[in-house]
Design a protein around this ligand. Structure first.
Ligand code: ADP
Ligand code: MG
Length: 628
């Protein structure tokens, strides 16, 4: 509990004790009024002040106003009828404050839980300078610095391990509890915890561009993007609160006036005023106003705990309606780590062909390029390469030692006016042209990710109507992967622009309430990510552009998390609707009872605070998503 909450608790206990004592003391008349009034002010002065400020700012109708009018009215009524029963007004305020305290505690607690889960911000980095270690702010470490991460420390910046090996705990980032082994030469992302060995890392990104900063930005901004239901609730409250105030006013005035004018009877002003005040207490919309944003917040938190970053409540809503899931192949369903299976060459040696390929590809970030460089296995002298051009969905052209080299698929060869020699191997074929003549091809193949097949099945089980795979790769490879994974439809040999038009075609053919999700790694598919109803990107492997363009980021690149994200979003939305339905039903029932005089103020306050507490407890359920 923070200080403000403790102060509130003291006021609640004090006011409760005072009410009990006063009930036992036989004081009467003005002294009685003064003592009760003091108690009322102890518990309610801040509400009165907020209501007053609201009136001054011309934003009259809010919960504070409702509570202030209802309790001041009840007090005035007790004075007017000389009943001396001031307890009701105080009780309303007391329980309202208990509800408020509970709410601020619950909200604070879940916020804290989420930020603890997201406790990945490193406090310092150990930089090696002149053989000595210095602790500096991660913000001040420039790209290419050598940092040392000791066991137990967080990796502060993204980089590459130069020396040492260790196991990393990535659970805060990916929700994956299995530790990950890491060795020299491998890339590490910031936010992991180094568990066993000392690692020497050369940083490859500044702090602001590192994974931790990106994630923290996402999480901090997520709850500011409002969903439709949240918008609905704030609009609803703007109309609802004044409406119930006028309804209460009408209830206080019209029936007694009717009694007087139509029936000629003595008007029962007191009774109807009391009913109107009860009506006001019941109508307080706080259960909705609080529990709905809290549900979304908890949903976003629960998802990030599982390694799924959702950039806003609105996306949570869209995700829950996903009926079509479209995948990119390379890097999304497959690992994007190609192995060289065969090299067919006619003019030069196998080594030389690979060398040309690796050099020409030296500037590309495509998984194919990375794999060719790995297969070549030697240091690349970039000064030998000039005029590099990457033609997405085709391949690359460059000049190596002044000789023109092209590496890519048959589309690229035809573009260059060179007839490729077909290959009977099944795999992705990288044709090579050197100095304007065909020079052979390299057959590479990729393996599907461990969970890809299960991921497709899970999506079906979660009610997804159709799964589609789009790829720029050759038809033979694409069909083999698609039938292996049981994807419903497959489209191959697509250029990046074709992928956009395919997605647009699919978007046209579906219903309004059915949403389409596109999952990709962002290499050649960032435009599709933003075109789909919801874009899901691979966070670890994906490019920065993809993470930027996507609405949802999977931290550990596991396609199985897509079904999980959909289930998380469904649970969250279900909770939101439950709360709306529950709160409104109880409210309207009690309001009706209040209007006809069956409900008194005690019932009113229990209905109000009780509904709020139940709604908040229900909202917090959205945080628990492990077992979905
Ligand atoms: P995917 O849709 O499977 O992610 P891309 O659209 O990235 O595939 O690429 C489609 C095809 O274009 C690849 O299968 C490959 O034949 C060719 N290609 C793309 N980039 C390169 C590159 N850097 N080097 C060689 N070939 C490439
Ligand atoms: Mg791709």
């Amino acid at each position: 509990m923070n200080r403000k909450q403790k102060k509130m608790l003291v006021r609640i206990v004090l006011a409760a004790a005072m009410v009990i004592c006063l009930g036992l003391l036989p004081v009467q008349g003005l002294l009685r009024l003064a003592l009760y009034l003091t108690t009322y002010l102890v518990i309610g002065y801040d509400i009165l002040r907020k209501a007053g400020r609201g009136i001054l700012n011309r934003q009259v109708f809010d919960e504070n106003f409702l509570m202030a009018v209802a309790t001041v009215g009840a007090f005035a009524l007790a004075i007017y009828t000389r009943s001396g029963d001031y307890t009701e007004a105080i009780a309303v305020m007391l329980f309202y404050q208990i509800g408020e305290l509970f709410q601020s505690y619950a909200v604070g607690k879940s916020r804290k839980n989420i930020s603890a889960l997201m406790d990945i911000r490193p406090d310092y980095a150990n930089v090696e300078r002149n053989g000595k270690l210095e602790q500096v702010d991660p913000d001040e470490v420039s790209i290419g610095s050598m940092i040392v991460v000791q066991p137990g420390e967080k990796v502060p910046l993204d980089g590459e391990v130069i020396e040492g090996s260790s196991t990393l705990n990535t659970s805060a980032l990916t929700g994956e509890s299995l530790p990950r082994e890491i060795q020299a030469g491998e890339a590490v992302i910031s936010g992991c915890i180094n568990m066993t060995g000392v690692l020497k890392i050369r940083t490859t990104k500044e702090f602001g561009e590192s994974t931790v900063s990106k994630i923290l930005d996402l999480v901090e901004n997520a709850s500011s993007r409002k969903s439709k239901s949240e918008d609905f609730i704030s609009k609803f409250a703007r109309i609802y609160t004044p409406a119930v105030c006028y309804a209460a006013l009408a209830l206080a005035i019209l029936p007694p006036l009717g009694q007087l004018l139509l029936l000629g009877a003595a008007p029962a002003w007191g009774t109807w005023l009391y009913r109107a005040l009860t009506f006001l207490v019941i109508s307080c919309p706080c259960a909705l106003v609080i529990s709905i944003p809290l549900s979304f917040f908890a949903g976003l938190g629960g998802a990030s705990k599982e390694g799924v970053l959702i950039k806003g409540s609105n996306y949570l809503e869209t995700l829950s309606q996903a009926r079509y899931v479209v995948f990119d192949k390379t890097g999304t369903l497959t690992r994007g780590v190609f192995e060289v299976n065969a090299v067919h060459h006619n003019k030069m040696s196998q080594e030389q062909l690979l060398e040309y390929a690796a050099l020409a590809e030296s500037a590309s970030s495509h998984p194919i390029s990375k794999s060719l460089q790995r297969a070549y296995g030697q240091e690349i002298d970039r000064s030998r390469v000039t005029d590099i051009q990457e033609i997405s969905g085709n391949g690359v052209t460059a000049k190596v030692d002044g000789i023109s080299v092209a590496a890519g698929n048959d589309k690229l060869m035809r573009r260059l006016g060179i007839e490729p020699i077909p290959c009977h191997h099944v795999g992705t074929i990288i044709h090579m042209a050197v100095d304007g003549a065909y020079a052979g091809h390299i057959v590479i193949s990729d393996v599907v990710k461990e969970h890809s097949k299960e991921a497709i099945q899970e999506l079906k089980r979660a009610g997804v109507k159709q799964t589609v795979m789009l790829t720029g790769d050759a038809t033979r490879v694409a069909e083999a992967v698609a039938s292996d994974l049981c994807v419903d439809r497959v489209f191959s040999e697509l250029l990046p622009a074709d992928k956009v038009s395919k997605v647009e075609e699919l978007l046209e053919g579906k219903g309004e309430k059915e949403k389409l999700a596109f999952v990709g790694d962002g290499i050649n598919d960032a435009p599709v990510l933003s075109r789909a109803d919801i874009g899901i990107a691979m966070g670890a492997m994906g490019s920065d552009a993809a993470i930027e363009a996507a609405d949802v980021v999977l931290m550990d690149d596991d396609p199985l998390k897509i079904a999980k994200a959909i289930k998380i979003s469904r649970k969250c939305i279900r909770i939101v609707y439950q709360n709306i339905a529950f709160a409104l039903t109880v409210k309207f029932a009690c309001m009706a009872l209040g209007a006809v005089g069956i409900a008194n103020m005690w019932l009113a306050i229990f209905a109000d605070v009780g509904v709020m507490i139940l709604a908040i407890l229900n909202a917090i359920r959205a945080l628990f998503v492990r077992r979905l």
